[in-house]
Design a protein around this ligand. Structure first.
Ligand code: GLA
Ligand code: GLA
Length: 690
């Protein structure tokens, strides 16, 4: 899909976009005027309209009431506010589910998921699709020439609630998908190892979704079902997008992905990214010490999904959400700081759920741009300041995030495989990925995020963290990369199985064993209260590979000390580096603790400890800012210009950072001649030469 950004409304200049979901039909019409006045005051320039408005647009089968939406769009246009128009198909109205209960999804137990909340539809239902496409078509026909329309927003967070459907429609869809993937039942039975527990399939019709069974389902079936479910939603997306492209060829189409830390990974975002005209994401901060680092990681993943094209932050929150067990609010300045984190990582649009805080309904206590307290509130004043900040940052528009020193491979297939918990339940894929991403941040580098099938050979260093699945093509790609001079890092839990989840025999990690020059015979889980000490002062936790063979041309970087409680591990190599061709291949056989992982990056892999004199960042106490206090620096570049975004990662102290160029925007920061001092939650954006 060719990359296309939302249009600019006639008579307007392109800008960084700023706004949020706008649900005017959930309010009396007499406040719409006030909405537009306050949007203008805050410099809001785009809103997403009609996401959940199906019931108000088609109150009865085939009866349409678009007049109110006409008035909303006209008012917004008069106010200079662009519209990212939803197709309104996210939630079917009650008349539809009553008339056609066969569109309702079924859970693992086969029970119906009833209406009462939202997104109660089967991704594979032909009946649902017929009704939804009919509405999308009416919307497109009605608004195709509306001057406020700048982009289309298909459905909403596809798969957020209806990722898995176990209905008979899903069974038929799954059978069709498997036929396409495997071609023959023989290939299917081979992949699923049908002989195991007598599960051999002799007719496609015997295949059902992984419904509740006696003691857990075949893992490859589960993995294929996740792939199928992602593809079924994508096929649905494509059906809407095709229709919109046909009727409005010049209006780009998107849908909001969910690259966010909350165990939600419904679709393979890397695959989806290639099907959207521009990538959009929804992200909600973690209300704990991971807030900034996790947000930058999610934003970096989104930038990878967008292939470094500018992307659209479709939702984030001005303060607390309403759906966590404890909803901690943001600190002063963090609305802006967080927006800058996304912009630093490639967002050219920063939007929020939602414009006006609801008065009633499920999300009435979720923060918004305009809170219950109204215009005269600290929060709305900060929202207005964000409007100013994004205006000041206009020069950043259309620049791209500079290629990082290291790329980390993010693999939905491996994530989905880890979820089966067959090797260990110690690991949460995203938490492991975060551990290594943060180690690079601690060493002063914000990594790029790539998928293993794409081109990552131009990076100096590429890391495979816990990438449990790797096919022969990936092994060969990795070998070639190292041969040509690349630095490859592979961690524990990587390259153990192929994409059918068949284990490579002869010693782990089969996909990379020869390249790395190590052979692992067994895995050793480490008790959570225990750790292994290494001979170079590092330590490891949770996991150790029983590395029984190391090739002669391998450098043993760390060995396990005799204090290890697992006796067979004592004295064994656990971190190794092998020179191969013009490059090198590292193996990390344990989860190094935070400071050891930082040292590995800082001293050996990224060599960021070699800063010239006086170029280090210092805390106000004078101490060099290292580890969790290392400032975050990300650069966006275009046409010989470079924009450097700098953030203080230290929760309690100010940090003084060397800078070049001149400041474009300062948030809780003071600029000196060649240094900037950032308060906790502070940030600065500098314009500097490339
Ligand atoms: C039981 C079953 C075996 C095998 C083992 C695994 O004993 O009979 O088939 O599943 O558990 O521990
Ligand atoms: C999701 C949805 C929104 C809203 C927010 C609340 O992102 O898309 O409609 O429910 O969550 O955080």
């Amino acid at each position: 899909m060719e990359y296309r950004w939302p249009k600019t409304m006639t008579g307007q200049e392109p800008k960084l976009l700023f706004g949020g979901d706008y649900n005017p039909d959930q309010w009396p019409e007499d406040i719409w005027e006030e909405d537009v006045r306050l949007m203008k005051k805050a410099k809001v320039n785009v809103v997403t309209v009609a996401v959940f408005a199906w019931a108000n647009l088609e109150p009865e089968d085939g009866v349409y009431t678009f007049e109110w939406l006409d008035r909303v769009l006209d008012k917004l246009y008069e106010g200079g506010i662009a519209v990212d128009l939803a197709t309104a198909t996210a939630t079917p109205p009650r008349w539809l589910t009553s008339a056609h209960p066969e569109i309702l999804p079924r859970n693992k137990q086969g029970e119906v998921l009833w209406p009462g909340s939202r997104q109660q539809w089967r991704p594979t239902s032909e009946v649902f699709r017929r009704y939804a496409l009919r509405l999308a078509e009416k919307m497109a026909e009605r608004y195709k020439n509306h001057p406020a329309l700048v982009s289309w927003h298909v459905s909403n967070e596809l798969g957020c609630h209806n990722r898995f459907d176990y209905s008979d429609d899903a069974a038929l869809g799954f059978q069709k998908w498997l036929k396409k993937r495997y071609g023959t039942l023989e290939a299917l039975n081979d992949s699923w190892n049908g002989a195991f527990w007598s599960q051999k399939v002799t007719d496609w019709s015997q295949i059902i979704p992984p419904r509740e069974s006696m003691c857990g389902c075949n893992p490859t079936t589960l993995l294929d079902f996740k792939r199928f479910s992602s593809d079924a939603l994508l096929e649905y997306y494509e059906a809407e997008a095709e229709l919109l492209h046909r009727i409005t060829p010049d209006v780009p189409v998107t849908t909001n992905l969910m690259i966010i830390e909350n165990q939600t990974n419904p679709v393979d975002c890397f695959k989806w990214g290639r099907h959207l005209d521009f990538v959009s994401n929804d992200h909600y901060y973690l209300p704990d010490e991971r807030h900034l680092d996790e947000m930058t990681m999610s934003a970096a993943i989104t930038d990878g999904v967008a292939d470094k094209n500018p992307w659209f932050l479709m939702e984030n929150s001005t303060s607390s959400v309403n759906w966590r067990p404890i909803n901690l609010r943001k600190q002063p300045g963090e609305i802006i700081r967080d927006a800058l984190v996304h912009v630093a990582n490639g967002a050219d649009a920063v939007c929020f759920f939602q414009w006006r805080q609801s008065r009633a309904g499920a999300e009435k206590f979720h923060s918004s741009l305009l809170p219950h307290a109204g215009e005269d509130s600290r929060l709305f004043r900060e929202v207005c300041e964000l409007g100013n900040a994004l205006t000041a940052l206009k020069p950043v528009l259309k620049s791209r995030v500079e290629q990082a020193k290291i790329a980390m491979v993010y693999d939905y297939d491996s994530w989905w495989s880890w979820e089966n918990g067959l090797l260990t339940q110690l690991f949460d894929y995203r938490a492991e990925f975060y551990h290594w991403y943060r180690a690079a941040l601690d060493a002063g580098v914000a990594a790029d995020v790539v998928r293993k099938e794409d081109a990552w050979e131009s990076y100096e260093t590429v890391m495979f963290p816990v990438t449990i699945l790797a096919d022969a093509e990936i092994s060969e790609k990795a070998r070639h990369y190292v041969e040509q001079g690349g630095q490859l890092i592979v961690t524990y839990g990587s390259g153990i199985m192929d994409s059918r989840e068949h284990v490579y025999l002869g010693g782990y990690p089969g996909a990379f064993r020869e390249l790395l020059g190590v052979r692992v015979e067994e895995f050793v889980a480490i008790d959570e209260n225990d750790k292994i000490e290494l001979d170079n002062g590092w330590s490891g936790q949770m996991w150790a590979d029983d590395i029984t063979g190391v090739s002669e041309d391998c450098e043993v970087v760390s060995r396990i000390l005799p204090s290890a409680s697992d006796r067979a591990l004592r004295g064994q190599a656990i971190v190794t580096r092998r020179s191969y061709g013009k490059g090198s291949a590292w193996y990390i056989g344990t989860k190094l603790d935070r400071s050891s992982a930082e040292q590995l990056f800082r001293e050996r892999i990224l060599k960021t400890d070699a800063v010239p004199d006086g170029k280090e960042a210092h805390l106000l106490s004078g101490e060099v800012a290292r580890g969790e206090n290392t400032p975050l620096r990300i650069r966006r570049v275009k046409d010989g210009q470079c924009f450097e975004f700098i953030f203080n990662r230290c929760a309690e102290q100010a940090v003084e950072v060397p800078v070049a160029g001149h400041p474009l925007y300062l948030l809780m920061a003071e600029a000196g001649e060649d240094r900037v001092v950032l308060e906790p939650s502070g940030a600065a954006v500098y314009l500097c030469g490339q």
